[in-house]
Design a protein. Structure first.
Length: 427
């Protein structure tokens, strides 16, 4: 088998969406004749933990770790946060106090390309040893954090190995930097780093066409689109339960740029007999603005707020939903944003109620798969919720295009990625 060195910060027991894409690729690489070898961080700072994900790591998959200098212990002392409190990649997202504002400024102006930069020298040193010891054929990285691309750039240059760089999010024009006070020097340095990665990588893969187009405007190289997807194995042991309430479910983070005001307003305006048989369930972070709306419109009995849950439990919840809520960031350029949860939503064959750009990539996928409908953030949603409720009460089945959905399996996406690997080795 050919060997691919996968350099990734996010790795089990790390949880959340950051680990899913890489882990599922690694799971299916051996199916296509590639042996994954992992280089990850030792004792990383993960927003969430999910030990159940370890079951997806293939047998006999070597996992190497190296230390890193993490800035989060200093950040916690400075802001007064608890030592065991989880800190996100982009520290100090809250602007509630002066210390958080200072910490945020430090993050966006001094930690370049991101707050994981302290891993670079240790990962490069360990990576070179692994390449020699394991006789690696190709290097693969997926970001953010974009620190892993800097690491791979150095490894590829020093070892003369082929390298495929994968992007789950943009780099210099990420939404995270909007209105943060980032200075021109930090932007210039970051742009130089991004350019060096795009120029050096033998191929670049992205999760959406818009990301491909953005990068190509800056550096014209070999770009490919590899979607996120769903793993059929995650659904084999999950069965649909009979429930006495109509359930709308959302999993994952609901940040302030995800606008659901009109959804909550629709719930407020539903007929009494519908309201008493309906519940909206969130699993994961929900921003304070939404919580305030829930209280203001007296929706506490309808809305159930749950913390982050392990991935397999989240799968069980979306399988046992009647409507799945998908919310795209309400920002400029959101036509090309495809939340990773979309594909697992589709695998349930449940109706997807999406909020976002009606001409975006999410809308196109929903239309092709007949998995649901997308609405603008300002549209009245009372009608669609009422219609789906009536279909539920009459036990009318929802039937999407199963054949189209199957194209988005993790196995098929890995097959496409391996095809890119093979072509890169022939260059």
């Amino acid at each position: 088998m050919k060997k691919v060195l996968v350099v990734t910060y996010y790795w089990p027991p790390g949880g959340g969406p950051g680990v899913q894409r890489v882990l599922k690729f690694v799971k299916y690489f051996p199916h296509f004749g590639w042996q994954p070898v992992i280089l990850t961080v030792r004792n990383g700072n993960y927003p969430e933990l999910d030990f159940s994900l370890k079951q997806d790591i293939p047998l006999n998959c070597p996992v190497y770790t190296s230390r890193a200098i993490e800035p989060f212990s200093l950040y916690k002392k400075f802001t007064g946060k608890k030592s065991d409190e989880k800190i996100p990649d982009y520290v100090a997202d809250s602007r509630n106090n002066f210390k958080d504002a200072i910490a945020r400024w430090i993050r966006v102006n001094l930690f370049i390309p991101d707050s994981r930069m302290g891993w670079i020298p240790f990962a490069v040193r360990e990576g070179l040893k692994i390449i020699k010891k394991e006789n690696i054929d190709l290097i693969f990285t997926s970001s953010p954090p974009h620190t892993v691309q800097i690491i791979a750039n150095r490894l590829a240059r020093k070892s003369n190995k082929k390298w495929v760089a994968d992007f789950r999010d943009p780099w210099v024009d990420t939404l995270t930097y909007e209105n943060t006070g980032r200075n021109a020097l930090a932007e210039w340095i970051d742009a130089r780093l991004e350019k060096s990665v795009l120029e050096r990588a033998d191929a670049v893969t992205c999760v959406t066409q818009q990301y491909v187009d953005r990068f190509r405007q800056r550096v014209d190289t070999r770009y490919y689109k590899i979607f996120n997807g769903y793993d059929k194995d995650d659904f084999t042991a999950v069965s649909k339960e009979v429930r006495n309430k109509f359930r709308i479910v959302h999993t994952g983070s609901l940040s302030e740029t995800r606008n659901i005001d009109n959804l909550l307003l629709a719930l407020k305006n539903l007929k009494v007999e519908v309201r008493k048989n309906l519940e909206l369930c969130f699993y994961g972070f929900v921003n304070q603005k939404v919580k305030n709306r829930i209280a203001e419109w007296h929706l506490n009995e309808l809305v159930k707020l749950n913390p982050y849950v392990p991935h397999q439990y989240a799968i069980e919840q979306i399988v046992n939903a009647d409507v799945l809520l998908l919310v795209v960031h309400e920002t400029a350029g959101n036509k090309g944003i495809i939340p990773g949860k979309l594909f697992e939503y589709m695998a349930t064959h449940n109706f997807i109620l999406a909020l976002g750009h009606k001409e975006g990539e999410v809308a196109q996928i929903l239309q092709e798969t007949a998995c649901g409908q997308i609405f603008d953030y300002q549209e009245d949603l009372t009608g669609i919720i009422t219609r789906r409720y009536e279909a539920w009460s009459k036990k009318e089945p929802f039937i999407p295009n199963v054949e189209e959905i199957q194209k988005y399996s993790r196995e098929n996406q890995t097959s496409d990625l391996v095809h890119i690997f093979e072509n890169v080795l022939k260059q």
